[in-house]
Design a protein around this ligand. Structure first.
Ligand SMILES: [Cu+2]
Length: 476
């Protein structure tokens, strides 16, 4: 889609927005903007991000900053969000991991109205389920690296539930980010994490046409600071830290570690895991979250950061400093092993078996979109007309076969799925909204069709999504 077409769609969205706002608030007359009382206000506007004294990024953010504020909501308690768009382009605010209707999900393909340029939209939603969720722009970017998730439009939503209040001394929300994106034909990424695994889905013949341009970044950060420029996390021996980790990158999967410490993973994508496990590093596909507990038992000054040297040294990290310790922050490479979701799962599922199976094959046409690659689901790029039609109440098995040489973080909106198998390894009880399907590998998930309305399924790498890697689930 060309940019001017996107703008045309935006104009349609403007017309739609007024009507939807009324419907969403259940009122008979438009809400006078000034009189609307909202629980939260999100203002989309140009911002500057001071990554350090010498590196100041101009981008679009929420409420004058990037990341946006951590929004704390209570599970099941309806909230009103006033979204104001101070920019010249139509925007969408997506609530990643929430089970909410398509009208407020912030996804064009589902029919959510755009927030018009220099306009506003008031939405009402009921937050849930409890846990680490996040909000971000769902606008398409195509070849514009100043749109969608390439901008600073991202932030945490923490939905508080009845089981919160585990014991910890400090809580931190840490979003992994990259900045200053650029196109490149020589992409070296670290999503080769799974390359030692068995290769189930390698096609007999691989298309060896030259790859299209991909996106890389100059600079990285955790939240809005590059390694060494922000305040350290100051701890005392014996403390317990609860870290909410989010990979808010538009383009890359990422592995992080805290030197000198293990991280006990208690939740993935905000949902408690059946078997919390201590690990040396955590791998997060774009869009994924992990909640980890760290016991501060190793006094020193340490780096929490990306395990790739160049990424860490380009900013992806922060310093964790014990009281009374003064020295150069230390980094220690964690053991390099494949990320394995299944260690957090049960052996046997307690869920009902699926009644139906949906098969999906992912493929890439190198350079299929001119300068860029085209991504296919079952032989064609988006859209897929009436191909994925769900019956309400039915439990489905979704088999994702990745016949490409990249690991893809696949995300289904408005539903949660249970991880069943990764590259032949079975598991159960791990509830997620995003899963990284390994390079030439396979992931199997089950979900119950319990959220009527359109639901978008897509790769969370912005460029892959924009160039075909998405599909719409409908209800019969
Ligand atoms: Cu992808």
């Amino acid at each position: 889609m060309k940019r001017r077409d996107l703008l045309k769609l935006g104009a349609l969205g403007v017309a739609h927005a007024g009507a939807s706002r009324v419907a969403l608030l259940g009122q008979t007359a438009p809400v006078p903007p000034a009189a609307a009382k909202a629980d939260y206000t999100l203002r989309i506007s140009p911002v500057t991000v001071e990554l350090d004294r010498s590196r100041i990024i101009s981008t679009i953010g929420y409420n004058g900053m990037a990341p946006g504020p951590v929004l704390k909501m209570r599970e099941g308690k309806p909230v009103t969000v006033d979204i104001i768009n101070d920019t010249d382009t139509p925007e969408l605010v997506h609530w990643h991991g929430m089970l909410i209707p398509p009208e407020v999900d912030g996804t064009q393909e589902e029919g959510s109205p755009f927030v018009p340029p220099h306009g506003r939209q008031i939405i009402q939603l009921t937050p849930g389920p409890a846990g680490s969720r996040w909000y971000h722009s769902h606008a398409m970017a195509m070849d514009d690296l100043h749109r969608g998730s390439f901008t600073g439009q991202f932030g945490f939503v923490y939905v508080e539930g009845p089981n919160d209040g585990g014991k910890y001394d400090q809580e931190h929300f840490l979003a992994l980010r990259d900045w200053e994106p650029f196109f490149t034909s020589t992409m070296e990424d670290d999503d080769d994490d799974t390359h030692n695994d068995p290769i189930f889905e390698q096609p007999l013949t691989v298309n060896t046409d030259p790859n299209g341009l991909e996106v890389a970044s100059m600079t990285y950060s955790i939240n809005d600071k590059i390694l060494g420029s922000g305040e350290p996390i100051r701890v005392r021996e014996g403390q317990r830290l609860l870290l909410h980790l989010l990979n808010a990158s538009a383009i890359e999967n990422r592995r992080v570690a805290l030197a000198g410490h293990k991280m006990n993973v208690i939740a993935l994508d905000g949902n408690p895991v059946p078997k919390p496990q201590s690990v040396d590093s955590v791998f997060l596909g774009a869009g994924e979250r992990a909640d980890v507990i760290v016991e501060m038992t190793n006094p020193g000054v340490w780096i929490l950061g990306g395990t790739e040297k160049i990424v860490r040294e380009s900013g992806l990290g922060l310093v964790v400093e014990y009281a009374g310790q003064h020295r150069q922050p230390q980094w220690i490479d964690p053991p390099r092993r494949s990320w394995d979701y299944t260690i957090f799962g049960n052996a046997v599922s307690t869920s009902p078996p699926p009644a139906k199976t949906i098969e999906m094959i992912f493929e890439k046409i190198p350079g299929g979109s001119g300068k860029f690659n085209t991504w296919l689901v079952n032989g064609k790029p988006y859209p897929h007309e009436r191909e994925f039609v769900l019956e309400k109440g039915v439990r489905y098995r979704l088999v994702m076969r990745n016949r490409t040489d990249d690991a893809h973080p696949m995300h289904l909106h408005r539903h949660l799925w249970e991880l069943i198998e990764i590259n032949g390894k079975k598991t159960a009880g791990i509830i997620k909204d995003t899963v990284v399907v390994p390079y030439f590998g396979r992931a199997v998930v089950d979900f119950t069709a319990d959220q009527p309305g359109l639901s978008l399924f897509h790769c969370h790498l912005q460029q892959h999504m924009d160039y075909g890697f998405k599909a719409l689930f409908r209800y019969a």
